[in-house]
Design a protein. Structure first.
Length: 224
């Protein structure tokens, strides 16, 4: 009796297997790269959103305080806040929808740059920076010769009013930065533990200006 012949399925050759593995590896690499770019883009958008919220809160604070900026505030902005600790969050917390500052240390998520958090793997820290002084503008009323917008460096320790800042000859609110994301490169050589050694957004930094608009600027940009 003749039985029907069964054809065995053809096996993959070693070369074919290697080719498939190589293709899978390439696709996986492209997926990882695309995912990282998407995450970086999302972090940048969220960071700009944070700065817009901070700017709006500072503007509202000024409206309730005769145009004064919050302060006296530290220049390195903590992502937490409590009363009497130089925290920006302590002054603007109610305008961010947060509990008013007291002796309890609380988180202020709007003061956390998400790219910094992802890069440094830290739950809190200092990832935004406000100017110690308005560079390039001489203040005859300050022995140091500078305008110190948030009070640190002013002879009386009090923050300036927006009316005073906007009246400085040559001052341009749309070009002078109020707050920017912070790293060792733009930190005037400050050695701050836990600070990123390179710009956390890669080729750009996010900045809020004294007219309260926020934007990404190339890291090569020299802000006044």
């Amino acid at each position: 009796m003749n039985f029907p012949r069964i054809n065995k399925p053809k096996a993959f050759t070693l070369i074919e297997l290697l080719a498939v593995i190589a293709i899978i590896a390439i696709l996986a690499t492209l997926g990882v790269v695309g995912s990282k770019k998407a995450m970086a883009s999302a972090d940048n958008v969220r960071c700009l959103s944070n700065l817009r919220q901070i700017g709006a809160a500072i503007s509202l604070y000024g409206g309730d305080n005769q145009g004064a900026l919050p302060g006296q505030c530290d220049n390195s902005i903590r992502t937490t806040y409590r009363i009497n600790n130089g925290d920006l969050g302590a002054f603007i917390a109610p305008y961010l929808g947060l509990l008013a500052a007291d002796t309890v240390t609380r988180d202020a998520t709007s003061l956390m740059c998400p790219a910094w958090k992802n890069k440094m793997k830290a739950a809190d820290g200092k990832c935004y920076w406000s100017p110690f002084r308005l560079k390039g503008f001489y203040n005859p009323d300050n022995p140091s010769g500078y305008f110190s917008p948030f009070g640190k460096g002013q002879p009386d320790g009090k923050p300036l009013r927006m009316q005073t800042i906007l009246s400085i000859p040559g001052f341009a609110a749309s070009r002078q930065w109020m707050i920017q994301d912070f790293d060792m490169v733009n930190g005037s050589g400050l050695e701050m533990p836990g600070q990123s050694s390179t710009p956390v957004h890669g080729s750009v930094r996010n900045v809020i200006f004294f007219d309260f608009h926020a934007e990404s600027v190339p890291v090569s940009t020299v802000l006044n």
